[in-house]
Design a protein around this ligand. Structure first.
Ligand code: SAH
Length: 245
């Protein structure tokens, strides 16, 4: 493999959800820059690489994005094979697009490798079929946390007839709830909140739009979690009671 940067999705956590291509890239990597949402267990596929954590959580101060850019550039210019490993998919709320553009502008070859995004994995792990025929006519992946602090158009999203999969929503549950209800979604709309999807510590809390905030508080829902909002999230609703009690 010639010197380049691979922007690789490590999937939601379960190492078995890695793609073969991700495993190949990791196997050839000399340097791996790893985000903190990546399950360290996947690092068994890059035994010879220098692994550099550049995560933004775990009590540490964020690694500035500009610093990550420069690290990738430096190693690529040294002729090293660099893998930038991200949780889920690199281009779903993962800054993969920004990083790819930045590197390409500097003449670095970049290859993107899909990963399974947390929203899709979380739903599947709970048996939710996001676009169940006759129930949902599509699925919308949306973040509750935007760069400029503005809210998504919850009113408009309420009217799409699609299942809503909300990333980074744990600290904005009230805004999500209020926006969607004001937009016309009934309080009875099913909601599934899935924490640590695909990991051994995965937990799920089933609720509905009207009760999601109180249920999440009782459940002590923590990040990382995704919300699945829509009729498809009604499956196995009985689990709510047993898990919350
Ligand atoms: N690129 C990632 C998303 C990064 S944004 C992807 O495609 O999955 C970070 C958000 O992703 C978290 O706040 C949470 O909403 C979600 N997330 C990431 N991993 C998760 C997991 N294992 N379980 C539930 N949500 C997760």
């Amino acid at each position: 493999m010639s010197a380049k940067v691979w922007l690789v999705g490590a999937g939601p956590g379960d190492p078995e959800l890695l793609t073969l291509k991700a495993v190949r890239a990791m196997g050839e990597a000399q340097v791996v820059l790893i985000d903190d949402l990546v399950n360290p267990a996947v690092l068994e596929h890059c035994p010879n690489a220098r692994v550099i954590p550049v995560g933004k959580r775990g009590g540490c101060r964020s690694t500035p994005q500009a610093f990550i850019h420069r690290l990738m550039l430096r190693y690529a210019r040294q002729g090293k094979c660099v893998v930038r490993l991200k949780g889920g998919d690199p281009c779903i709320f993962g800054r993969g697009g920004e990083e790819a553009e930045w590197l390409a502008e500097r003449g670095i070859e970049v290859e993107l490798v899909n990963g399974i995004t947390a929203g899709l994995a979380g739903a599947t792990q709970c048996g939710i079929s996001l676009t169940q025929r006759g129930v949902a006519r599509g699925v919308t992946l949306v973040t509750a946390h935007t760069l400029d602090g503005s809210s998504p158009e919850w009113h408009a999203l309420a009217k799409t007839g699609t299942t809503l999969v909300v990333y980074m929503g744990v600290s904005s549950l009230q805004q999500v709830q209020a926006g969607l209800m004001e937009g016309g979604l009934p309080a009875s709309t099913p909601v599934a909140m899935i924490e640590n999807a695909s990991l051994p510590q995965q937990r799920e809390c089933r609720s509905d739009l009207g009760d999601m905030c109180t249920d999440a508080a009782r459940f002590q829902l923590k990040s990382p979690a995704i919300l699945v909002i829509g009729e498809v999230a009604a499956k196995a609703v009985t689990q709510v009671l047993s898990q919350i009690a």
